[in-house]
Design a protein around this ligand. Sequence first.
Ligand code: NOJ
Length: 514
Amino acid sequence: MTMPRPWWQTGVVYQIYPRSFADADGDGIGDLAGIRRHLDHLVWLGVDALWLSPFYRSPMRDFGYDVADHCDVDPLFGSLADAERLIDDAHARGLRVLIDFVPNHTSDQHPWFQESRADRTNPRRAWYVWRDPRPDGGPPNNWRAAFSDVPAWTLDPRTGQYYLHCFLPEQPDLDWSHPPVVQAMHDVLRFWLARYVDGFRIDVAHLIGKDPALADVPAPVAGLPQVVLNDRPETHALLRALRSLVDGYPGDRMTVGEIYLLETERVASYYGRDDELHLAFNFPPLYAPWTADAWRQQLASAAATLDPKGAWPTWVLSNHDNKRHRTRYGGDERRARAAAVLLLTMRGTPFLFQGEELGLEDAHVDAAARRDPGGRDGARAPMPWERAAPHGWTGAQPWLPFPPDAAAGSVEQLQSDPTSILHLYRRLLGLRRALPALHAGAQVPLAAPDGVVAFERSEGSSRVAVFVNYTEEPITLRHTPGTLLASSVTIHETTPSFAGVLAPYEAVVVHLAT
Ligand code: NOJ
């Protein structure tokens, strides 16, 4: 008998960016109470879990990825009691809850860093990475920070040493080679596990182990930010310890690590021997163009690198760090609909980003309205809930402008239209949950004409085929017996059989006769 797969393999995760999801207190910034009010949207949609981007106390220089207290909620978002209520309410609806764990760095306002920078002999000095200047006064090595092309080191005049920050200067890197740091961060995990979270999305999980020599990066990659380069054996040992801590709790708790190394083979190594991350984000597909050739290659590469290790794949098309995929794919809703079929039928755990079920595009954010030092505001625009402005955001103006066509793309509008992309997502999520072939089955590529990606999913005697037309032309398939289960074009019609012709940009799910 085969063991049933855990929820984090069969389920679908929905990412919530709390600032932009829903605002209950009317200050123009989303909050935890707002999320609680809209949990029924997620239940109606049919996802299994939500992942909350950071809601911890933070000066918000990187909108919460600069944590000043890992065990408290920023007053902008509510209170610790609100977080507990949200976890309870989600669980009561059968939704799992993942929270963001940001282990690599803290805010420079975190009391740990405040103590660390106070003087060279402070007991917290070794919690962060402090080094003397080079003889010429320059930074200790040639590592670069993310977001803007500056050194990953800032000189702190008070003590005459540089500290490391792979992101903003306001995000100093913790030193995970110092055991008290490991203990303190384990305590953070325990704090939230005791509050019944189902797992953690681990921010830049591949970055916590560093070269103890802090050597320069060599010429071919010098100039790239350290976050895309850092791939160290030290990290694997640290992740094994995190894994055993999380696995020590009852109830299928899990981790999904952000591995910002843009090669699937490197990503695969962070699953360890099933003793490191439970899941790891694989971003090369997110950066792949919308062409059949590129996607055939991504599917083949995931299968070739992850399957032999028994590593369960993940699929992400959009998140808070990148332009939304509808925008990246040129704005055409037909492509976004086809992408929904692909994302929700591949073998592996799909991660949706809030608003992709509405087919949202990035907002246009004028220079004056820009907020993010990393230029990522467009994807972080507020969710339009209601058709009429201000789209369910009462009170103050939301902190960012709405995406284009917010009325037409609002939840209210799209729910009332059974042909909408929102209903397509719901239908696909329902299908995925109902069919073991889709949520648990094997996947093999099928031969298909140019411009089409095709694969079969199967579990026991249940067999399903997926065809995605990446082109603007209709394409006739050669061999297509079966019943149409879903189409990105005609979701609302119940067509008994599939005629074998894909409309432009059409993707279909076909039930194969056994
Ligand atoms: C990755 C997060 O997704 C991103 O939003 C953040 O800026 C960096 N890590 C730094 O924490």
